[in-house]
Ligand binder design. Structure first.
Ligand SMILES: [Zn+2]
Ligand SMILES: [Zn+2]
Length: 174
């Protein structure tokens, strides 16, 4: 969904859309939508600047970092974005490179891509690390079994190298 700025009445407008999971590819192999994602907000244009305020509400499916089980995470957030045209950015950039300007996005001055905004906002909410549960046991490094399902038959003996040497001596091997 794109919003053409010429369609805004008096430089103002509102938008709302519900994306079906198949409709919005997050473009991230780690995460996908597990339920329809909704976005809504307001657009305000003043001169070459466009302000977008809104809210995104979605459910993201990611894999557990340890056992790869799918996890569904409800995510919800308010956002506030600022857009300026490329030429406006060029002229203000040299004048004052403030931190404010760093959070500004450059756009073509014609339209806003709501799909992109939704994608960006949802991905911002995906945690860098995710576990299905705090104490997820993950896989056995030896046989690959999911240790959450129970202990595998691998014996987990970690012998201190010094004890190993002693054991070898006792066995008559040096
Ligand atoms: Zn897990
Ligand atoms: Zn094992």
């Amino acid at each position: 969904m794109r919003i053409e700025l010429v369609d805004l009445e008096g430089g103002k407008g509102e938008f709302a859309h519900v994306y079906q999971p198949a409709e919005l590819d997050l473009g991230d192999e780690r995460a996908s939508l597990c339920a329809p994602a909704s976005i809504s907000g307001r657009i305000r244009q003043t001169g070459n600047e466009v302000f977008v305020n809104g809210q995104v509400d979605a459910c993201v499916q990611v894999d557990c970092d340890r056992c790869l089980q799918p996890i569904k995470l409800p995510v919800k957030s308010d956002f506030s974005l600022e857009y300026i045209t490329g030429s406006e950015y060029e002229s203000t950039r040299t004048a004052e490179l403030t931190e404010d300007l760093m959070s500004v996005s450059v756009f073509d001055g014609q339209s806003l891509d709501i799909d992109e905004i939704t994608k960006e906002q949802v991905l911002l909410l995906v945690p860098a690390r995710s576990l299905c549960k705090e104490d997820c046991q993950g896989f056995c490094p030896t046989c690959g079994a999911d240790k959450n399902a129970g202990d595998c038959s691998c014996t987990e003996v970690e012998i201190d190298p010094r004890w190993a040497a002693l054991k070898n001596m006792m066995n008559g091997k040096s």
